[in-house]
Structures are given as C-alpha cells and as structure tokens.
Design a protein around this ligand. Structure first.
Ligand SMILES: Nc1nc2c(c(=O)[nH]1)N[C@H]1C(S)=C(S)[C@@H](COP(=O)(O)OP(=O)(O)OC[C@H]3O[C@@H](n4cnc5c(=O)[nH]c(N)nc54)[C@H](O)[C@@H]3O)O[C@H]1N2
Ligand SMILES: Nc1nc2c(c(=O)[nH]1)N[C@H]1C(S)=C(S)[C@@H](COP(=O)(O)OP(=O)(O)OC[C@H]3O[C@@H](n4cnc5c(=O)[nH]c(N)nc54)[C@H](O)[C@@H]3O)O[C@H]1N2
Ligand SMILES: [Mo]
Length: 643
C-alpha cells in the first residue's frame, strides 16, 4: 500500500510581501500598497484600462464584492471584473436569464421541504450542499420522492428513490427523451404552455427523435427509468428540479440548463409555490458576488450594463461614466493575458493556478503579466507568482457585512475576530489603493456600503440592516421597506392578463453535443472531477488538517476497470490525458460504472488534477468542461508501484 503523502498546511498571511530580484520578501503596508497602485497606474497609462483585470472573491461579503466592481469600473475604468461564478454556475445564470429575464434560482428552501418530488440532477448535494440537503432529508421524511441523475451512484443517489446513472455529457438526450415521453403521454400542462411560454410546437417536433429506446442507447439509462421519471415529474402536484455542476461544467452547459428549464415549462413546474428550478450555488457568496455586479455584463441588482438609463444612474452616483460594453469574463481575461492585451491583474481570494482547467496553460498566461497583485488569506500557488501580496481578513469571521445564499436570501455576517498580524479587511485594502489612485474613498461601516447598494439596486432597496437582522435574512427581490415579495419567482407567467404576464418564457430547441475530449484507443476512459465532503476546492482552506476520514487524492475506478488493469486498492497508478500526466493511489468504488473514473480537485499540491482537464468552454457562459476528460490509466511499476 502506498503511504499517504503528508500535506503542508497553509499558514495564514500576516504581512504584505513584494517581489525583489525575483523573490517575495516581507514589506510594510505603505511600500506594498505603493507598489501595487504604481503597477496598476503604469499599465493603464501604457495600454488603457482594459489591460486591467479583477478577479473578485465569492467567499467575501456583498459589500466587498460591490467595492471590488466599483474599484474596477470607477478607479480603473473597465468592466473586466469576474469571479469563480464563471467556473460553476455562470451557465445557470445565462440559461435562466434567457428563459425568464433573471438568473436566480426560483424557489425557497421551505418549498424544498413542502414539495412532492425533487430531482437532483448532476448534483452531489449530500457532500457539496449539506445544509440544503438537510431540507431534502426533511422532505424525504414527509414522503417526498427523490430522483438522482448522476453518472456515479453518489451518496446523494443512495438517499434517492431512483438513481438514473447516465453517461457523462448525455443530459440533453435524457432531458429531451423525458420531454417527449411527457408529450406522448399527454401529461404536458397545456394551460401553462399557452399562457406562459412560446415555441412549444417547434420544441415538441425537435424532441421527437429521442424515443426512450434511442435515449437509452445514448445515455445508458434504461428506457423504463426514463419513462418513470417523466411520468412522476409531470404528474407531481409540486416538483423541484435542482442541478449543479454535472450540468454546468460542460462545453455546452447553457444548453444543458435550457434542457432542464424546458421540462419545467412543459409541466408548469415553475412560478408556483413548491415548484421551481434551482441551481444550488457553490461558494458561500457566489450568488451575492454576481448580484453586486462583480461580473462583466451586469451592474448591482442584475441590471443590464448595455441599458443607457441604468448606466446613467450609476454614473451619477459614482461620478464616472461606465463603459457601454461587456467586460471580459474570467476565461476571456486569461486568454487576453495569453495574447498580451491584459498586462495587469488584481486577484482577490481566487486561486486560478490550481482551479482553472488545463493548469499548465493557466500558469503560463499568468506568468506573462507585467504586474500581478494577489490579495488572499493564505500564500497560495497563485500568490507565489505575484509582484505584490496583500494579506486579507477572512470574510466569514473577520469582517462585517451580508452574504446571499442559493435561495436569494441576504443574511448578515458579523465580525467575531480581528484579522491576524497585520492583515486587513479586503474593503479597507481596496480603499487604500483607490486613494493612491486619486479617489478619496473611505467607508466607515459595512452598512454605509450596503445603503449605497440599496440606493442603486431596486431588488435590494427594502433590505435595511435593521430589517435583515429582525427577519433573519430576506430574499430578493425586496423592493420596499414596508413590503415582502413571495418566496418564489415568476408567478407572472400564470397570470391571465397578458399585460401583467409580460414576455413568455421561450422553449429552447437543443442539439446533443458530446464531450469535446473524445474517447479513443489511447484515451479510453472518461474522467469526471468533483468534490468530497471532507475537503474544499483547491484545498487551501481545508488542507491544513489531518483526519482518519480524509484519504487525500485518489483515482476512483470501477471494480471492473481495476480488475482489467490489474490494479489493487492503494496502488499507485498513472493517469494521462492529452494535456498532462499525474500519479495517485487507486481507490476502487462500486459507485462507478465501467469506463468512468473520478478524481477531486482538492489536493493539487500533491496531485494536480487540473493538469489533465480540458479548456473547452461554453461559448455563452465561458465555463470549462471540467466534467469530461478523456484519460488513460496505467499501473506504475517500480518502487512506488506497491509490489
Ligand atoms: N465539501 C465541499 N462542498 C462544496 C465544495 C467543496 O469543495 N467541498 N465546493 C463548493 C462549490 S464551489 C461548488 S460549485 C459546489 C459544487 O457542488 P456539486 O456540483 O454537487 O459537486 P461536484 O462534485 O463538482 O459535481 C456534482 C456531480 O456531477 C456529476 N456529474 C459529472 N458529470 C456529469 C454529467 O455529465 N451529467 C450529470 N448529470 N452529472 C454529472 C458528478 O458525478 C458529481 O456527483 O459545491 C460547493 N460545496
Ligand atoms: N477539476 C475541477 N476543477 C474545478 C472544479 C471542478 O469541479 N473540477 N470546480 C470549479 C469551481 S465550481 C470553482 S468555484 C473553482 C474554485 O476555484 P478558486 O476560487 O480559485 O479556489 P478556492 O480554493 O476556493 O480558492 C479560494 C481562495 O480564496 C481565499 N479566501 C477565502 N476567504 C477569503 C477572504 O475573505 N478574502 C480573501 N481576500 N481571500 C479569501 C482562499 O484562501 C483561497 O486562496 O474551482 C473550479 N475548478
Ligand atoms: Mo463553484
């Protein structure tokens, strides 16, 4: 058996650092801030504001994200601001916005408990959304049926009444076959289709080829199971369709999301209490970061940056015109670094060297920057590449503000501890930089920032801090201080009066597009990557503790593949893709079907999973296909081989 690699715990950053003669050394705050500001100024003067890119932190507060996007738009003058929403739920936001005009999940957690059927599609909620899963468990206790759709028989699937084990990247054929079955059985909701939707006839014709038998051949899901899910979903009084990265981390992710939305439009399972469409968001405040405008195409409150009236309102409040165009998203920013048009970046609480697909390529691109500033709570691999490192406070316990969860509920967080050593709050650091760049920014309290947000974002207008505390959080939209809105979105689609109803939600006609990284004789296995309960993302925040429950990185293989390869559990194996090779101990897991391999992204310092993944991205959302890599697995012979 291979020994477990001991992990180097990350130590909290307590002092600023600057690079001298190629090495990072500790520096005073004044020196570090001067260097950081001077580098931004130099690059913007030489190449214009679009040479700058901001990576904002989805773990930090709404107030922090609001200030980060304001820094980008006002101090620098570009819309190049984004966050790790790009690597997970940007396709959910794009798909929901295309159908309904806004990108939020439609229901509340209470409705999850009160529904009759829950479909967890491409979601490992038991491990990745344990708080949400508590609501699912309560629902199960009162008799709600659960279907899990996942290539692996996950711990979530083990709680479900039915598991549909599909082949990776075949979600559109499966959804289209479910739609066809609903239509053929006459179970579609004609009232809702007529009232609230458009494009039904064309959609119905487009799913016609996806008979249950044809879908079984493509997806691997038995025709009977497809029929059962179709009938259960369509007949349920109330039904919730929830999805996560199994849907969104694909090269055609926005289409995948639209395929699920089609099912709700067909059955009327949206716009009513207890029925809805819910992407379970990833980071603690990735919903809020986007809502605050820390994305390249929207201002706070999901307001369209292309709308002149919206821009004018922000320009008046901020004293600077806003560029009338979308900025670059995270994926495009990395490409611009490669092309030499982005020469400076300010990365706050993101670790792209280890989280982006095709790691070697990402490191090369970041290496081309003239000036990189990283602001983090740990000295990450990304921070080690920086010219200036700024030590921040941890938002969840060392700062004051609000965060927004997947049910759109804005909640208060309070400061319990001071940041260690010389570390400072993220907002304070950004304001100090803004002052060095000619903007006299001072925010005394997080509440002052929040009140500025409320004055600009209608969906947050009614949420004073006092009210948030009193009600233990409020869901958006909340337009006024004396009213609350329903807990679910889009009830207008059920209105009989077309004036009130507004734009109908369009069905989407969707084509099946298999994963970009094709299987062949050289790379015959399908690697999919994801999470385990005991660890967090790139491991920076969860790397420092040992527990008998944590087994480090493993290559999880089906019993059949392990036997065929002659691999025993714990034995070191080599995994190669068209981009890289790593070595890790094998773990044999009957939850996997033959041909499927699973790895996490949690231990990149020992096993850099993202040196294998492909940078094929969704053209609408920019999200990479982390969930489908073609690999080869081989025994490692010799000392590490365990023989
Ligand atoms: N413990 C823990 N919790 C976390 C995190 C963490 O690192 N650790 N990270 C947080 C973040 S940032 C996020 S975004 C969320 C992510 O939460 P999830 O999306 O639930 O987590 P993943 O494990 O990445 O992927 C979900 C599932 O997609 C399945 N899948 C793979 N390919 C396909 C496919 O083609 N179709 C379908 N239908 N399914 C497929 C995988 O087998 C996996 O079970 O978790 C959050 N919560
Ligand atoms: N192979 C593979 N790769 C993936 C995925 C996958 O499923 N498979 N999933 C993708 C997804 S969904 C995501 S969200 C990304 C995550 O990618 P990243 O966001 O790049 O990774 P994290 O490890 O979450 O990095 C968070 C950083 O924020 C810092 N931090 C935490 N709190 C604070 C704070 O309050 N202030 C500051 N300044 N810093 C703070 C932490 O120290 C850490 O360095 O990874 C993506 N990469
Ligand atoms: Mo995520």
């Amino acid at each position: 058996m291979a020994k477990k690699t001991p992990r180097t715990p990350y130590v909290r950053l307590t002092r600023p650092h600057v690079r001298d003669a190629g090495e990072l050394r500790p520096a005073s705050w004044d020196e570090a801030l001067d260097r950081a500001a001077e580098g931004f100024r130099r690059n913007v003067e030489a190449h214009g504001p679009d040479a700058f890119g901001m990576f904002s932190c989805a773990r930090a507060t709404n107030e922090m994200n609001y200030v980060a996007q304001k820094f980008t738009r006002v101090v620098i003058g570009t819309n190049n601001v984004d966050s790790c929403n790009r690597t997970c739920h940007a396709p959910s936001v794009a798909g929901l916005a295309a159908a309904f005009g806004s990108g939020g999940g439609t229901s509340s957690y209470q409705e999850i408990e009160d529904t009759d059927l829950i479909v967890l599609w491409g979601s490992s909620a038991r491990e990745a959304h344990p708080i949400f899963f508590q609501h699912v468990l309560k629902a199960i206790r009162r008799g709600t049926r659960v279907f899990a759709v996942d290539p692996r028989r996950t711990s979530t699937a083990r709680w479900a009444d039915r598991w549909l084990g599909l082949n990776v990247g075949t979600d559109i054929p499966l959804a289209n076959a479910i739609a066809r079955e609903i239509i053929h059985a006459g179970l579609h909701n004609t009232t809702f289709i007529e009232r609230g939707t458009s494009g039904f006839a064309e959609f119905a014709a487009s799913v016609e080829p996806w008979t249950p038998a044809a879908a079984e051949r493509e997806t691997g899901v038995p025709a009977a199971a497809i029929r059962e899910l179709a009938h259960a979903y369509a007949r349920a009084e109330r039904a919730q369709l929830c999805w996560t990265l199994g849907i969104t981390e694909h090269h055609n992710a926005t289409d995948n999301v639209r395929a699920l939305i089609n099912l709700a439009l067909l059955t009327g399972h949206v716009g009513r209490y207890g029925s809805g469409l819910n992407p379970l968001r990833g980071q603690n405040n990735v919903q809020g970061g986007g809502d605050m405008g820390a994305i390249p195409d929207r201002l706070a409150g999901f307001q369209d940056i292309l709308d002149p009236a919206v821009r004018a309102r922000f320009a008046r409040a901020w004293g600077r015109e806003i560029q009338p165009r979308h900025g670059l998203n995270l994926t495009d920013m990395l490409a611009a670094m490669g092309a030499g048009t982005m020469t400076t970046a300010y990365i706050i609480g993101e670790n792209p060297t280890q989280s982006e697909a095709d790691a070697e390529h990402t490191v090369k691109r970041l290496g081309l920057l003239d000036h990189l500033v990283v602001q983090d709570i740990f000295l990450t691999k990304t921070a080690r590449m920086a010219d200036v490192v700024l030590p921040a406070g941890a938002a969840w316990c060392e700062s004051d503000g609000t965060m927004t969860n997947s049910e759109r509920r804005v909640q208060r967080v309070r400061k319990a501890l001071d940041p260690p050593g010389e570390a400072r709050d993220d907002i304070e650091i950004m304001c100090a930089l803004a002052r060095r760049l000619g903007h006299d920014w001072h925010y005394e309290r997080a509440e002052d920032i929040w009140d500025e947000v409320r004055s600009l974002s209608p969906i947050h207008a009614g949420m004073t801090y006092a009210r948030l505390e009193e009600r233990q959080g409020i869901q958006w939209p909340c337009y006024s201080e004396d009213r609350l809105e329903p807990s679910f979105l889009h009830s207008r689609l059920w209105e009989t009066d077309p004036e009130v109803r507004g734009r109908p939600a369009p069905f989407a006609v969707l084509r099946h597009s298999p994963p970009v990284d094709r299987l062949d004789q050289e790379f015959p296995l399908r690697l999919t990557t994801g999470r385990r309960l005991d660890s967090y993302n790139t491991g920076v925040q969860s790397g420092g503790f040992a527990s008998p429950l944590r087994r480090g990185e493993n290559v999880e293989l089906s019993p059949e593949d392990a036997e065929r390869l002659g691999v025993v559990p714990g034995e070191q194996v080599r995994i190669s893709s068209r981009r890289g090779t790593v070595t890790a101990p094998a773990f044999v897991d009957p939850a996997l079907r033959p041909g499927l391999v699973f790895m996490t992204m949690h231990f990149p310092d020992e096993v850099d999973t993202n040196s294998l993944t492909i940078e094929a991205t969704d053209p609408i959302a920019g999200t990479a296909e982390y969930k489908a890599t073609a690999v080869r697995v081989e025994k490692v012979l010799g000392p590490a081989g365990g023989h």
